[in-house]
Design a protein around this ligand. Sequence first.
Ligand code: SF4
Length: 485
Amino acid sequence: MSAVIKQKRMVAINPTRSCAPIGAIMGGMGVHGSVSIVHGSQGCATYPRHQMARHFREPIEVATTSLTERTTVYGGRENLLAAIKNVCERCHPTMITVMSTCLSETIGDDIPGIIQEFLDMNPGVDIPIISVSTPSYIGTHITGFDNFLKEIVTYFPIRSDRGAGDRSNNRINIIPGWVNPGDIREIKAMLRKMGDEGVNPLFLTDYSDVLDGGVYRPMPHHPKGGTTIDELRDSANSLGTIAIQEHVGGAAARLLGKKFEMPSEVLPMPVGVENTDTFLRNVSEMTGMKPSGELMDERARLLDAVVDAHMFLTDLEVAIFGDPDIVSGLVRFACEVGLNVRFALTSSDSKSFGDTCLGIADDVGLDMEILVKSDLHELHKKIRDEPVDIIIGTSKGKFISREEGIPLVRVGFPVEDRFGYQRKAIVGYRGSISLLDDIVNSYLTNGKPDARDVISNTLLEKDEKLMCTSGLFSPVMEVENNNKG
Ligand code: SF4
């Protein structure tokens, strides 16, 4: 019987989360020419830069107000005024985001008030300067990103009149949440394959080229790519909005929908067959465009890969941890390929995550422990008591993997001990095939000793039922045992 367990311990040991400002920095990276100022001590800027640079392999430029003992006592107003001035003069940004930290929130600095004071003192400054509240004692990196998006959709979108009463820009807003640059590129690729001409997306925000950039000569003043300020304003005129993560962008999508009376959908991460079908169906309903034959071929190849993978994966036990929407997407996909998800863990204190995972467990009759507001110390204890065959999660799971001899499939943020992960996609039919290959090969390479001898008949020897919840197969496929031997 599946259950949601909320951790009671008041301290996190081996946390699987980052601090809130990093989320707002990530969102800001997706706006062309935007610069972030972290209003806190130097470490509050260094830590996110360090974390992001190791995952994305790109320089991460972040300004800091460098609060010290004196400003901790007397307040950081002067530092923030000086920081905004310096950034305007030296970086010539298109926008500035000032994010708070544990320290500046505890001091009680009035960041919006200080920004207004700066604008009053410098009437020539005509770029948007927004503030995002990101104390790390409330939420995680996910919360910081979500708060950034809420500020963006509150501040920028403006209804425009294109004449003859037509306000539509014929685009759809996509809020990708916290994914890889490779995921954003895969979403773009899928949208290009809709209808005859493709769907033109407007990303809130698009960090794919900024966080996985190229070498250009002469070097551009701002990294290439990113959503422009004009596009942020124009997001009010789109055909609709789709967020693919409830916890990063779900609230922003609803705000946009309500304020500008446009359809807005908060969907599960399009990982696997069913969730990708759901994504494309919603795109189709908003735009009137149907998936092309090329997309259907990709889908058919994923179905074929899922059938092939059952041979290796059926009945293996798996533990999945990470950000809530990635984990719930992976739980659905794991069920599609025949894995038994034993543990699903996130650091977020999220009821909706628990409900989503419970719903999936009920669908397929899984006995799953769903751990919320939890950490890797807790997961390790669980795995020691009840070993699993595969772990899926970030690089932070490598210590459990090494100690227990269980293969770790690296997914999520951060993946800092592998090269090129930022370019990979797990979304869409093609991303799911790539992820499925990783899962199977990881088990064949590093799984239990007998796993390395598996050729193709594991399933036949088990004489078991295959479960699939996607609705694309019959719910239960009986596997005949007459080919044995
Ligand atoms: S003090 Fe708070 S905001 Fe700064 S690095 Fe630590 S957790 Fe993050």
